[in-house]
Write a protein that binds this ligand. Structure first.
Ligand SMILES: [Zn+2]
Length: 74
């Protein structure tokens, strides 16, 4: 299984995670990069397979995170 089976570059922002500034609105706006609304700024989207796997592993990952946080606070 390849990582490309699980996620694919966002076509909306071409993998950058940001929507390009609105050039026609003037110089100030060019520097304001907005997070892509399709991929939430990640630059990629999960494929169906990726989403299924994430659903499967998410509870485990959350357990690991909470355990790690508990160990840290002790
Ligand atoms: Zn995007």
């Amino acid at each position: 299984m390849l990582i490309s089976d699980l996620k694919k570059p966002c076509t909306e922002c071409e993998g950058s995670g940001y929507i390009a500034g609105l050039d026609e609105w003037g110089t100030i706006q060019i520097n304001l990069r907005q997070s892509c609304h399709v991929c939430s700024g990640r630059g990629y989207n999960l494929t169906e397979l990726g989403q299924d796997l994430w659903k499967l592993y998410k509870p485990m990952v959350q357990n690991l995170i909470s355990e790690a946080l508990q160990n840290k606070s002790e």
